[in-house]
Design a protein around this ligand. Structure first.
Ligand SMILES: [Zn+2]
Length: 391
């Protein structure tokens, strides 16, 4: 019994770092990570920013919220695989700082999905408005950034929402000038308050761009994935939805966008809105956890998780990733079956031969030159050959 438990534990632990399915990523959304960010960024507890122990007491943009912005910059910089931009702009009173991180798509780098929230506030604490959205963006970035995706994901944290959507407007106008191919903008603002027990939430949408189809995609993600064992979220579609958050500047530019948040439409908005009593103790963390999982389900689905190939042998799945590969080829078996792996170059010359019998195997291919290779997999269920592209 102990041995078996230990084996299961090892498989789960080993599996975690290279999770590949949307369900794996949903399950990786960690309430303790979210709660830590909620506590630190709303100033309930101290944290360390640039080596100094500090408490983030202020996020009001016109009374110096640079410490808050620096915290976000540090959070993104600690995540491998992201390009981080400290986007200082001049618009608005005194200008402001959007904190933006980009995960470049491997197949369609010009196809962009934005997942975003504002980080500024109107008072101290303001946990629901909008540390809830901010922590959601950071948590999804922490997890999804470790996957290769087909499409580009921009994780954006806006400044000066509370004084007129200044940061997001500045970005949306610049995106139009640049000609960015933004396929959808998921804005999260106030997503953690639930008081009446119905677990409803709002999708605020308008018939602009493909926003109605985006709303359908969110509902499809809700219906496809089991988010928790404890509660069932229920969607309220609000059309025409509120223009009072950071999706609005994207609507103004004709982009596909919507707002995901707690159920204002059925009277379940936090009574602490814009007050210093908007603190983590008033939030429903089970509800919030599922809201972030829903955002992850949508984002991971649209990102396109990039597995090189799936070879199926009579119920045994073999995944090879990433694609294209750089230094390491990862092989994941759906269960333990001894499998022989041969790698050939485009001329049919065998470069590598190995027997694998673990669920996860990594093969160092850093010595291979750029080009096309073939991976031949053989086991007692049959054989398959898959094409591999080396960058
Ligand atoms: Zn807000």
């Amino acid at each position: 019994m102990m041995k078996r438990l230990l084996l299961i534990f090892c498989l789960v632990a080993f599996n975690y770092g290279i999770s590949q399915t949307v369900s794996d990523l949903i399950n990786a959304v960690d309430i303790s990570e979210l709660t830590l960010t909620l506590n630190e960024f709303s100033g309930e507890v101290s944290t360390v920013v640039d080596g100094n122990t500090v408490t983030i007491l202020n996020r009001v943009s016109n009374s110096d919220n640079n410490l808050a912005a620096d915290y976000l910059l540090q959070k993104f910089n600690a995540i491998s695989g992201l390009t981080v931009n400290n986007d200082i702009y001049a618009a608005g009173a005194n200008g402001g700082r959007n904190i933006i991180a980009t995960q470049l798509g491997q197949t369609n780098p010009n196809d962009i999905y934005i997942i975003c929230a504002h980080y500024d506030s109107v008072a101290n604490y303001c946990a629901d408005d909008n540390v809830s959205g901010t922590a959601a963006v950071l948590e999804i970035a922490r997890i999804l950034s470790q996957q290769n995706t087909d499409n580009t994901i921009v994780y954006a944290l806006w400044d000066q929402e509370e004084i007129g959507l200044v940061g997001s407007n500045n970005y949306a106008e610049a995106a139009t000038v640049r000609g960015d191919n933004i396929l959808a903008v998921l804005n999260m603002d106030m997503m953690a308050y639930e008081n009446d027990g119905d677990n409803e939430f709002d999708i605020d949408v308008r018939n602009i761009g493909n926003s109605l189809a985006m709303k359908d995609d969110i509902i499809s993600a809700l219906n496809t994935y089991k988010l928790s064992n404890a509660i069932d979220l229920t969607a309220n579609v609000v059309d025409p939805g509120t223009p009072q958050s950071d999706h609005k500047p994207f609507w103004d530019e004709g982009f596909t966008a919507l707002l995901l948040g707690e159920a204002w439409s059925t009277g379940d908005r936090t009574p602490h809105w814009h007050l210093p009593t908007d603190r983590i103790s008033t939030l429903d963390l089970d509800y919030y956890h599922d809201m972030v999982k829903l955002a992850m389900a949508y984002t991971a689905t649209k990102a396109g998780l990039n597995t090189l190939s799936v070879a199926e042998f009579d119920g045994l799945n073999v995944n090879l990733f990433p694609n294209p590969i750089k230094d390491n080829l990862n092989i994941k078996l759906s269960n333990v079956v001894e499998t022989k792996v041969n790698i050939y170059d485009i001329n049919g010359k065998k470069l590598h031969e190995q027997k694998i019998s673990n669920i996860n195997t990594t093969i160092d291919v850093s010595e291979f030159s750029s080009g096309i290779y073939f991976v031949k997999l053989m086991n007692n269920k049959g054989e398959r050959t898959l094409k591999l592209v080396k960058k």
